[in-house]
Write a protein of this length. Structure first.
Length: 284
């Protein structure tokens, strides 16, 4: 009888594990693809400092304007970033997904690169064009890496031991002329995918997304725009192809955090949401 009970208990445990694995795949929590911890510090909106394997990347973090509904870094926080204080010391790479003012500021980027000559900056040509005409651009030209990509095309850069695979997609805005780079970043084996303002459900992005080798990417951390939360297309891509170990939801305005949090956790129960600047989480 004891053996029968033990066998039944084991079968129940395996069944529960299987159900959890299927559920967690749909919300962005699978077995870790990398044993390396990834430390994420929230800046504002879609801006983060990401640290792993002794490397540091700032993405969509250097801006001071944009849309009034979304969080903007305070002058004090921007000062801390620009002077390299605390966790912002020795940043290796800055990325900007697209040209919108709630993700990128030309003046701040130029100021930062001049102050940190070992730091690199990579972005789409549309972004680089906004700083190219500045008289200080020649001083930072060697730090700037331009990705002149058409929609659906991929490009790669390797800088300071960090590999960046960029996929150019349409920005989610109705006008469609803005190019959004989706960045898959490998930091010594720890990998994150930042979608910027591109949507997984957007039918205009179907062909490049279907062709992208997510299955071989082994993504540890997916950063997803909150407005991409509902459609079956998004859930299917996350659960069956991207399969991130962790999911972070971004682009949440401070005035809507409580309501958005409830809706987002209904779609992705295990997702992480950052509410306040300088919140830090370690993902393993």
């Amino acid at each position: 009888m004891t053996r029968i009970v033990a066998v039944i208990s084991l079968l129940i445990a395996l069944l529960v594990d299987g159900l959890f694995a299927r559920e967690s795949g749909s919300v962005g929590r699978t077995a870790p693809s990398s044993p390396l911890p990834i430390t994420v510090t929230y800046i504002a909106n879609e801006g983060f400092l990401i640290e792993a394997a002794g490397k540091k990347v700032l993405i969509d973090a250097l801006f001071d304007g944009g849309q009034p509904d979304y969080m903007v870094p305070s002058p004090e926080l921007l000062g801390q970033i620009e002077t390299g204080k605390g966790p912002f010391a020795a940043v290796d790479l800055i990325l900007a997904t697209h040209v919108h003012g709630d993700h990128f500021s030309p003046a701040i980027i130029l100021r930062y690169l001049r102050a940190h000559p070992r730091c690199h900056f990579a972005a789409h040509k549309q972004v680089v064009d906004t700083i190219r005409g500045d008289r200080s651009f020649p001083d930072v030209r060697k730090q700037v890496h331009e990705l002149d990509l058409l929609t659906g095309v991929r490009g790669q850069v390797a800088l300071e031991g960090i590999t960046v695979d960029a996929l150019c997609l349409n920005d989610g805005a109705p006008q469609r002329e803005v190019k959004n780079l989706v960045f898959l970043v490998d930091m010594g084996g720890a990998r994150f995918l930042h979608m910027g303002d591109a949507f997984l459900w957007d039918r205009q992005n179907d062909i490049p997304l279907d062709a992208y080798p997510f299955e071989r990417a082994h993504i540890d951390l997916l950063f997803l725009n909150q407005y991409d939360r509902g459609p079956a297309r998004t859930r299917d891509l996350i659960a069956n192809r991207i399969k991130p170990s962790h999911l972070v939801i971004m682009h949440i305005g401070p005035g809507e955090f409580a309501a958005a949090s409830q809706k987002l956790h209904a779609s992705f129960p295990l997702a992480t949401l950052f509410e306040k600047p300088m919140e830090r989480r370690v993902f393993r």
